[in-house]
Design a protein around this ligand. Structure first.
Ligand SMILES: [Zn+2]
Ligand SMILES: [Zn+2]
Length: 344
């Protein structure tokens, strides 16, 4: 089968590989019917994910059809359409039981797929702990509607959940990239008083303006003053930092009102400083980290009910055979690209 492979620092290539096989009784084999490219794939390509293993098949955003299951798999069967979770988790350890599945203590727990074990920018993918890692897609939901459930939408949903948003809140989201938009969609479900998005890229800002006209938009340079002006208590009640830029962490806490929750979803290329003397007395609550992707069934239900729609994010479609060209467009942000769907 064809599989996009991490060759070495700076290089991915589409290679011919053997079709994966079931290894454990809890595995499933999934035929990938639709995949996507994530910024995290670019992080692997450019060496900022040291645990990524050269030779692995990359890709961790996908949906597909179950081809085969191990003897202990209970929740899915061959023929089921499924979303695949970016995270591998056992469902049984201390952290899994608490819902902190990103910290599953299994040796392959956390983000393994397309990083430490073969992923889904390929014709087939083996999914460990299939009862946890797969969720059934109902007939009324299309592959494109479900495509982002296991990764960026799970991230937006989790970030929103831990941010404790109320209907009185002014919520600031920094960054309107694909994960920022997914976060926005989930924040909208909480019906806060105001949502402000800070985005410096004109095309991304335009996307927000076009699809979500009720959202207030500002640029980084004016953000602090803009948020002060458009909030009730001198700053945002909740800040979600999804940009991961050079100065966006500083911007996040500066735009927060005293006692606000600042949720940091972004993955930074460099260490960030926490200038405690400057924020002393502001009494901020910081929440950080990688997604606990354990709400996929609920997310799929919201999609089915028409409450979340991520399909406008899909701006381009390419066949797996042409995925290298898709990467060129995604990586260089050409042609107004937001997300690319990779078809069979
Ligand atoms: Zn991702
Ligand atoms: Zn676990």
């Amino acid at each position: 089968m064809k599989a996009l492979t991490y060759i070495e620092h700076g290089k991915f290539a589409l290679q011919e590989k053997a079709k994966p096989q079931l290894v454990s009784a809890r595995d499933a084999l999934v035929r990938v019917t639709l995949g996507s490219i994530c910024t995290s794939d670019l992080h692997i390509k450019h060496g900022s994910v040291p645990r990524a293993v050269p030779g692995i098949t990359v890709g961790h955003e996908m949906v597909g059809v179950v081809e085969a299951v191990g003897a202990d798999v209970k929740t899915v069967k061959p023929g089921d359409r499924v979303t695949v979770n970016v995270e591998t988790f056992c469902g049984e350890c201390f952290f899994c039981k608490k819902g902190f599945v990103n910290n599953c203590t299994d040796p392959h727990g956390g983000w393994a797929l397309g990083c430490r074990i073969d992923g889904g920018q390929a014709e087939f993918v083996r999914v460990p702990y299939a009862d946890q890692g797969l969720n059934k897609i109902t007939d009324s939901v299309t592959d494109e509607q479900a495509l982002f459930v296991g990764d960026i939408l799970a991230t937006g949903f989790w970030a929103t959940r831990i941010s404790e948003i109320t209907e009185e809140d002014t919520v600031l989201i920094i960054g309107a990239g694909p994960t920022g938009i997914c976060t926005l969609l989930c924040v909208m479900l909480k019906q806060p008083k105001r949502i402000i998005i800070c985005e410096k890229d004109a095309a991304r800002a335009e996307f927000v303006r076009k699809h979500y006209p009720d959202v207030l938009l500002c640029e980084p340079e004016e953000c602090e003053a803009f948020v002060k002006e458009h909030s009730d208590h001198g700053g945002a009640d909740v800040v979600l930092e999804v940009a991961g830029g050079r100065d966006t962490f500083q911007l996040a806490w500066k735009c927060a009102r005293p006692n606000a929750i600042v949720t940091v979803v972004a993955l930074y290329d460099e260490a960030q400083s926490l200038p405690l003397p400057d924020m002393y007395g502001k009494n901020l609550i910081f929440k950080t980290g990688g997604v606990d992707g354990c709400d996929c069934a609920e997310i799929l239900h919201l999609i089915e009910e028409g409450k979340i729609d991520t399909t406008p994010l899909i701006t381009h479609r390419f066949k797996l055979a042409d995925i290298e060209e898709a990467y060129r467009i995604f990586e260089n942000r050409l042609d107004g690209v937001i997300k690319i769907a990779i078809t069979e």
